[in-house]
Design a protein around this ligand. Structure first.
Ligand SMILES: Nc1ncnc2c1ncn2[C@@H]1O[C@H](COP(=O)(O)OP(=O)(O)OP(=O)(O)O)[C@@H](O)[C@H]1O
Ligand SMILES: [Mg+2]
Length: 147
C-alpha cells in the first residue's frame, strides 16, 4: 500500500508585511534566542502591547519565515472570538488528518487538534492573533505541554 505523502498544512491568512516593513531585528533576535533554548519543547510566546504597536506584524514576520523554512503545520488564528479559535482549530484538525476529526462537532475536532499538537513529531507554529482575556479562554487555547 502506498505511504501517504505529507504536504505542509497552512490554515488561516497570515497578514502581508506592511508597506515599508521594518524588521525590528532586536525583537526578532530575542524571539530566536528563546526558541533556540527550547528547541525540543513547545514554546509559548506572548507579544503584548498597545494598539497598533506592531504585534501582528511581528507575529506575521515569524509566520512568513516559518513558512519559508518549511514548517509542517502553520496556523494563523484570528483569536478575537472564541468561536473563531474553535473553527480554525477544527479546520486544522481536518487538514492535518487528525484521527476522529470528522467535521461533525467543531468543539471536539478543535480539542482533538490540541491533543494532536501535543504528541505529533511534525513541526508546527500556531499564532493566536488579537487574543484578549487569555485566562478566561484557557480551556480553548491552552497550548499543549510536555514536548
Ligand atoms: N515592523 C513594521 N514595519 C512597518 N510598519 C509597521 C510595522 N509594524 C507595524 N507597522 C504599521 O503599524 C500598523 C499596525 O501594526 P499591527 O497591526 O501589527 O499592530 P498591532 O499591535 O497588532 O495592533 P492591534 O493591537 O490593533 O492588533 C501596520 O498596519 C503597519 O502600518
Ligand atoms: Mg494585531
Amino acid at each position: 500500500m502506498p505511504v501517504p505523502v505529507w504536504r505542509p498544512v497552512r490554515v488561516g491568512a497570515v497578514p502581508p508585511p506592511a508597506t515599508a516593513f521594518q524588521p525590528r531585528t532586536g525583537l526578532r533576535e530575542e524571539i530566536d534566542r528563546l526558541r533556540a533554548r527550547h528547541a525540543t519543547v513547545v514554546l509559548t510566546q506572548v507579544l503584548s502591547g498597545g494598539g497598533g504597536v506592531g504585534k501582528s506584524q511581528l507575529a506575521a514576520a515569524c509566520a512568513h519565515r516559518a513558512h519559508a523554512d518549511g514548517v509542517d503545520v502553520l496556523v494563523w488564528v484570528n483569536a478575537a472570538e472564541t468561536s473563531q479559535i474553535v473553527a480554525t482549530y477544527a479546520t486544522a484538525a481536518h487538514r492535518v488528518g487528525v484521527p476522529g476529526a470528522d467535521g461533525q462537532d467543531a468543539d471536539s475536532d478543535a480539542a482533538a487538534f490540541l491533543d494532536w499538537l501535543a504528541v505529533t513529531d511534525r513541526t508546527w507554529l500556531v499564532i493566536l492573533d488579537d487574543l484578549t482575556r487569555p485566562r478566561r479562554r484557557q480551556a480553548v487555547v491552552a497550548p499543549p505541554t510536555g514536548r
